[in-house]
Write a protein of this length. Structure first.
Length: 144
């Protein structure tokens, strides 16, 4: 399905639905107003015919005109903008950060495994400045 047709159907359908509901409410209000202002000489059958006509025509006409307005607007927008190809997805910037975090995690796990393998290092935390806390770390790779 063409993207313009899909947009017209979606936006026009929603607009028509909303305007039809509003038209039904307005028709009901108009019918109530007409029945409240009837004179004694007014024909009750004619009143009912006007009310029935309002209840059917007003929502349908509002929905049709709303859909037509959206159709014309979407076609004008499509004509001005034209068809644009889909933009390529930008590279995910979190991939580099995730790689760096995985590398740091692997280094920390290897240090913990090496410390656990050393005799006498159980329960002992490395102290700052003893060469085990990170001064010997290689610098982080620079982003490309």
């Amino acid at each position: 399905m063409h993207p313009v047709l899909r947009r017209v159907l979606l936006h026009g359908g929603l607009t028509a639905l909303i305007l039809a509901v509003m038209g039904a409410l307005l028709a009901e209000l108009a019918t109530l107003w007409l029945s409240g202002h009837a004179t004694r000489s007014a024909d009750p059958v004619a009143e009912q015919q006007v009310g029935a006509a309002l209840r059917t025509r007003l929502p349908l006409m509002l929905a049709a005109w709303g859909f037509a307005f959206v159709l014309v607007g979407e076609l004008i927008i499509w004509r001005i903008r034209g068809s644009r190809p889909a933009a390529p997805e930008p590279p995910n910037p979190q991939d580099d950060a995730e790689k760096l975090l995985n590398e740091l995690l692997a280094q920390a796990e290897s240090r913990m495994a090496a410390e656990a393998g050393e005799p006498g290092s159980e329960g002992k935390r490395p102290e700052p400045g003893d060469g085990k806390s990170g001064e010997e770390r290689s610098p982080a790779p620079s982003p490309p």
